[in-house]
Design a protein around this ligand. Structure first.
Ligand SMILES: [Zn+2]
Length: 207
């Protein structure tokens, strides 16, 4: 959001005009959803919750530009679909960007170890644990805990899969554009999935 200090000084006799503008801007900001105003960039970002990803800085955006959904792995889960469906259908969001990253915690352990750890935490099977306490009827049923946790083998493939899930989902309108990037924690740069520069610069095989 533009801060009042960014404004040029008002001309004599027209001070009220700049005040009016400022008041209107504040009102738009404070009642944005009620006034059906979209985010400044009409953007939804899905990113991993990892503390090393400076989402706004990496994407070159600021406060007010985007809605940002972060979870373990930057995965398209049911609640990501829920959020994407709401913002694209009701808040004029036209673009979705997925940000996955190198050295993701979702690649750090085998499925079995994660399942065992969660079962130990629950003191047994997860069958009797509310996955969504507000909707206890939503349970895992016969589904596998490993699939629910959704660990990752290959971050580039995982990123492409998230893009496909969003693009193909019936609750996300076709005109919404979906892109995905890998944030490299080692360099602080973004790259497209599948474009691992290190693999190219460290071999003799040309592109
Ligand atoms: Zn991660």
């Amino acid at each position: 959001m533009e801060e009042p200090t960014d404004q040029p000084e008002p001309e004599a006799g027209q001070v009220f005009e700049s005040i009016e503008e400022r008041v209107d801007r504040r009102d738009d900001w404070a009642r944005r959803r009620r006034k059906s105003l979209p985010t400044d960039k009409q953007l939804l970002v899905i990113a991993c919750m990892d503390e090393r990803i400076p989402v706004e800085e990496a994407l070159g955006i600021s406060l007010g530009d985007a809605q940002i959904f972060r979870n373990a792995g930057g995965k398209v889960t049911d609640d990501v679909i829920r959020s994407a469906a709401l913002t694209t259908n009701f808040f004029d969001t036209t673009e979705i960007v997925v940000v996955n990253h190198t050295d993701c915690g979702m690649m750090s352990a085998p499925d079995e170890a994660v399942v065992e750890g969660l079962e130990a935490a629950a003191g047994g099977s997860l069958d009797d644990v509310d996955l969504n306490p507000a909707l206890p009827s939503l349970d895992l049923g016969d589904a596998s805990i490993a699939d629910w946790v959704s660990m990752t083998d290959d971050i580039d493939e995982a990123c492409r899969a998230q893009i496909d899930y969003l693009e193909d989902h019936p609750l996300v309108p076709d005109e919404v554009t979906v892109h995905g990037y890998i944030y490299e924690v080692e360099s602080g740069a973004l790259r497209r999935p599948g474009e691992r520069v290190s693999e190219q610069v460290n071999t003799r095989v040309s592109e």
